[in-house]
Design a protein around this ligand. Sequence first.
Ligand code: ADP
Ligand code: MG
Length: 770
Amino acid sequence: MEELRTRLLRPLERELADGARDRVVAGGLEKLVQNLARPFPEVQRTLSGYRGMDLQTRLERLKKAIALLGGQAKVPSEPCPSATPPLGPDLDAPLGVLELGPGGRKKLAELGLRSLRDLLHYYPRRYEDRRTLGSIRDAEDGSKATVVGKVLSRELVKTPKKGMQLVQVRFMDAWGWKFTGVWFNQPWVLKQVPEGASLVLTGRVQRRGGAISMVVEYFEDEGGESLSTGRIVPVYGAKEGVGQAFLRRLVWRALQAFPHLPDPLEAYVKDQGLPSLDFALRQAHFPDTEEKLEQALYRLKFDEYLLLELKVMITSGGSALLGRMFKVTPGMLERFRATLPFQLTRAQERVLGEILSDMQSERQMARLVQGDVGSGKTVLAAAALYIAAENGAQGALMAPTEILAKQHFENLTRYLYPLGVRVDLLVGSLSQGEKKTVLERLRTGQTQVVVGTHALIQDGVEFHDLGLAVIDEEHRFGVLQRRRLLGQRPDVLVMSATPIPRSLALTMYGDLEVSQIDELPPGRIPVRTKLLTQKTRLQAYAFARQEIQKGHQVFVVTPMIEEGASEATLELAAATRLREELESLLPEARIDLLHGRMKPEEKDAVMERFRRGEFDLLVSTTVIEVGVDIPRATLMVIENAERFGLAQLHQLRGRVGRGGLEAYCILIAGETSKRTLERLRVIEGSNDGFYIAEQDLRLRGPGELRGLRQSGMPDLRLGDLASDQEIIERSRALAQAILETDPYLDKPEHALLKRELQARAEAVGFREVI
Ligand code: ADP
Ligand code: MG
């Protein structure tokens, strides 16, 4: 508590000394307060809405908050002392300095461009290579072309019928070919094309017999600063009324305004092998060569991810939070291993090492362990919980549903009971009496490890000394729910079977370290997967009959359409129809139904009966609980498989083959477009969850990853999560290194970086975790 208090006081005092301008904490003071001041609700209240307050109120509230925390409020000697060193030319100057008319300024504001900084970071959408201009003779009829032409003669013509004014200019291109340039109803052009001038013309080419003409769309004098021709030309995302040539000129002028653009990473670029920001911005807008453009974009992407990581790390207080330091002795590990009937895989060993070094360090562990279903995450959780127990702390494992909690309880008991660790279960369905007993045991510390559902974070649950929280399948828990469990700041281990590509995990969960178990225990038989179409669909059920005759069980999944009442009805109707169809196809099979409109208890009851083998075939919408083991289930049939994300299909497939029996998955494609088949073949051809997730990301784009859709994907301008893993890892490492020595970016060498972060924080989106 004491340490948290000083940790919070420091930035508040600095903020006060800086004149309450909300510049001390990158990302805003309030964010930090929300995270760090959880144990001080009065302070949180005092500073809530800080950003929106006027200066005077801010100063008062700050003083109050500092007093609440027992600090000394040092009033700044002058009203607004400048804590930020002079920064050279001002990137934050409004675009007006470029001598824009009000109309231009308004249009740019519509593009979100207000300052020079905005403009310089308004990267081109794409580029056109106009370095070498061809001859007009090679341009096809109707095509768009850019050529250089010398004016031979010109005239203004009035068409007799419609009374249009035509400017007609005879040109000769560099190869000696003649053509006519035409402008409709722009008589003023005549003055801009003096005889003998050399112009760069872009327009649509028309060929009539031997005659070539061009309806000119735009043209420039070839001399001078040619921005639209003779080079690799940037093409911006423009709006109606904001021309490309206008934007190019504007960006050019902005670049000219800075003899040398200041580089927030000045101190690091050399070690990192990065080009300077000056180079990067100039080349990104007006590249000399493809190679330089590539280097430039690399640097800008690097910055984009770096800012994203910094923002997440700073606002979550992540790397700065102190946690518990656990002791891990070789003896403990030996005892744990001795109870296992198997050896840990290499991947498990690696991840266990990562977990243990987190637990031993003074920092609060915040680690996400990802691994396919069956990769052996639970064993690692057991190991961590055992270490916590040996250290005299309590551990909790929270699962999203009751049936999963019970399964974990059984497994953990199996691992931990022989080691003398007292494991309890806390779920909603316990009787009042049982609940009371468990709560009492939790409070007094008799319980060493508790497994439960949301019941664990309900009021009235009090731990004696919670040291480690393990959260299974985290995506089902809201951030708030987790915060409650974390009120005591235990070390946190999140386990997820959703194979998120590492690049995505690092950005979505910027403040969680990510470990991956990318190897299955030996002897696993991969699920054999086959893709069928509507025509061959019934083969799936012929096969299902064979499996059922062997005494095996079958899942049939039909897609959930989407949430919402009427859709849920549709979905139920579809599932019911499918059930009826299967009942007539397989009259001998015992069939039951699981769907999204059931209450959690009802779902649990159906799953429990299926697990006990009371029926053979389960028709289900996608509500099958991730992680429930049905050992005799050997076949998973998925109808309209194209409606699912690949990662989700892979997860569904993981429901079968968990009992050592040969297992199968049949995907039925509801439609057979090339794209659909390409996607589904990824599943057919691979059993590697991470490979599949990456393909999914590549084929669908991150926003569509199921289950992640609403969670606020980072909004990246340049970054492409599907291919940027290396850059992400590097920028993340740098962000960590920087914050390690300077947690709030207070050092003078980070002043520019901080300013950059403040200025661009809104532009780099992120998802808040913990
Ligand atoms: P997950 O939680 O990742 O789905 P589990 O930890 O439940 O995986 O492990 C799945 C099954 O594999 C369990 O029955 C477990 O006992 C077994 N298992 C775990 N690790 C190994 C290993 N290294 N070698 C053999 N079996 C293992
Ligand atoms: Mg599991």
